[in-house]
Design a protein around this ligand. Structure first.
Ligand code: 15L
Length: 253
């Protein structure tokens, strides 16, 4: 059965789609723009906007898992976050409920705890969003939990760290998520049996200096292959908060 990937033309989506296609998975890719690098062999592409619930529902027909990556991925005005991230995530979950898609993986963000000072180990309750963007991701997690409870969907929210080909700033020693590890983690989140219908995990590589717990990794069978410590040093950490620059931005108007 088909897998649906939203935001498939973005950085994570393009690499994920290529990797999943290589694993032989039938893919339906959804984005507002066609991928600049072309489609993986055999993948179907749907040009659609997540604000259009009907289009999202059609895309979810006959799907076994949705990996929902599409989002405004930087800080921006509150209205933009509501329109694209909160409404977009609601539409994905609602489409999954209507089309009886068994599993949805939500790309959340470590910024949901970005106002915790560096060195603080968060637990699942310790939400501290560092931006309007992070508030939209908190809301996405809340919607995921609600739909898992009320509709029988299984939902895994992955709090993605810093997705980069290689660490490039001091905080990436803790926050880095390599492309290969991202594919492994998102694939596991879409397939592994879950003890409960809702799960939240942090998404980083196996960084020796990581700040966040690995809770849920064993459950998903996620064994990261990369560690930022194996890359050249990136300088001295000056960030006070785990969210880095997001925590220092003024609120946009
Ligand atoms: C995120 O969640 C953002 O979407 C991305 O643009 C990066 O800035 C990343 O976090 C990060 O903090 O490195």
């Amino acid at each position: 059965m088909t897998w649906l990937v939203t935001g498939s033309s973005g950085a994570i989506g393009r690499r994920l789609a290529a990797d999943l296609a290589q694993r032989g998975l039938p893919l339906r890719l959804l984005d507002r723009t066609t991928p600049p690098t072309g489609l993986p062999d055999g993948a179907e592409f749907i040009e659609a906007d997540l604000r259009d619930l009907g289009a999202v529902e059609r895309a979810a027909t006959g799907v076994r898992a949705i990996i929902h990556l599409a989002a405004a991925s930087q800080e921006g005005p509150f209205a933009t976050m509501v329109e694209h991230n909160i409404t977009g995530t609601h539409h994905v979950l609602e489409a999954a409920r209507r089309q009886r898609v068994p599993r949805v993986v939500l790309a959340s963000s470590h910024h949901v705890t970005g106002l915790l000072p560096v060195g603080t180990a968060p637990d699942e309750q310790a939400l501290a969003p560092d931006s309007f963007y992070a508030v939209s991701k908190v809301t996405g997690e809340a919607l995921g939990r609600l739909y898992a409870h009320k509709s029988g969907l299984e939902v895994v929210a992955v709090r993605i760290g810093s997705y980069r080909t290689a660490p490039s700033e001091p905080r990436h020693r803790a926050t880095w998520l390599s492309p290969g590890d991202a594919t492994d983690l998102l694939h596991a989140a879409a397939t592994r049996p879950l003890p409960e219908r809702f799960l939240v995990v942090y998404g980083t590589s196996g960084n020796t200096e990581r700040w966040w717990p690995a809770a849920g990794w064993d459950l998903l069978g996620y064994r990261p292959g990369d560690d930022a410590a194996r890359h050249p040093a990136t300088g001295v950490l000056t960030d006070r908060f785990t969210g880095g620059a997001f925590a220092d931005h003024e609120l946009p108007t």
